[in-house]
Design a binder for this molecule. Structure first.
Ligand code: ATP
Length: 286
């Protein structure tokens, strides 16, 4: 399901321009969305989900025009959305919660609901915990319930907003693998601050900055933005004054700094191969 966005602007009451003339095309498959706090990612996702109306500009999702009621309804029928702050009912079990969401989504037939909920619990590996109350679930288990509710209607477009924040490494890997497996011929729009989640799952990525498109291309192309700009320096003195320090590891004789800077920040600096995070920093901290 292809998404076409042109000249998209959203100005909130009070004058904040969350999106400012955004042009972007999102193809089928996994697509990563990066950007600093306040860059406009959540606003974009809420517009695509039909929850927020733009101030101006055009959006079509799978050929449906989001400015019309009929278009929004058609998109919402094939949409799964996992927002940043999905509220769950702590006194319900996972199975009861999913059954309730399925009912809200119009799955009236009780047997059909039971079957679908059972399948989804299996997909997110929660069958063994299905009849426990959600209040006792870990953050990762809750996120898996969240993805299960987003997948209920077998969506052609899945929008997930910062899904892995607060998850332990194993849960994070399990979660992002689940998204990749699901993607196939569908579109999965993944917004996150965890650059590695995008490096591990997406071919295509966009970076938003102050409501505009700062980058659109492949993960490799964004990584290459930092080519010749990533340096390693071992020193027992302070970190280099120039550039952005990406990491500081204890090392024999001092600390090993990894720095993104347009030129060698120190005569002892050695160039190293960039990673996606370096490319993102090179792009956004110019
Ligand atoms: N309902 C609202 N009313 C007024 N301003 C808003 C509203 N929602 C968002 N904003 C503002 O719009 C801008 C973009 O916010 P948005 O939540 O879309 O960014 P984001 O990239 O998702 O940020 P984060 O990474 O922190 O979630 C911010 O300046 C934010 O304060």
């Amino acid at each position: 399901m292809r998404i076409e966005i042109s000249g998209l602007t959203k100005t909130y009451r009070g004058g904040v321009a969350a999106l400012d003339g955004l042009d972007l095309t999102v193809p089928t498959g996994m697509f990563g969305l990066l950007g600093a706090n306040g860059a406009g990612k959540t606003t974009l996702m809420r517009i695509l989900a039909g929850l927020v109306r733009p101030t101006s500009g055009q959006v079509t999702v799978g050929g449906h025009d989001m400015s019309t009621g009929a278009g929004r309804t058609a998109v919402q029928r094939g949409l799964g959305y996992l927002p940043q702050d999905l509220g769950v009912y702590p006194d319900l079990t996972a199975r009861q919660f999913l059954d309730y969401v399925a009912l809200l989504k119009g799955v009236d037939d009780r047997m059909a609901r039971r079957r679908r909920v059972g399948e989804l619990l299996e997909v997110v590996a929660l069958t063994g915990d299905a009849d426990r109350r959600l209040r006792g679930f870990s953050g990762g288990m809750r996120q898996r319930v969240g993805i299960a509710q987003a997948l209920l209607a077998d969506p052609r477009l899945l929008i997930v907003d910062e899904p892995t924040a607060g998850l332990d490494p194993q849960e994070r890997i399990r979660f992002r693998t689940l998204l990749s497996q699901f993607a196939g011929q569908r579109t999965v729009l993944l917004s996150t601050h965890i650059v590695d989640d995008i490096a591990q799952t997406c071919r295509d990525v966009a970076v938003l900055a102050r409501g505009r498109l700062a980058f659109r291309g492949t993960v490799d192309e964004l990584t290459h933005r930092a080519r010749g700009q990533v340096w390693s320096i071992v020193t027992d003195g302070p970190p280099p004054a120039e550039g952005t320090v990406v990491s500081a590891l204890p090392h024999e004789g001092g600390t090993r700094y990894r720095v993104v800077a347009p030129a060698a920040p120190d005569p002892r600096a050695r160039p190293v191969e960039p990673a996606l995070e370096d490319g993102y920093l090179a792009l956004t901290t110019r």
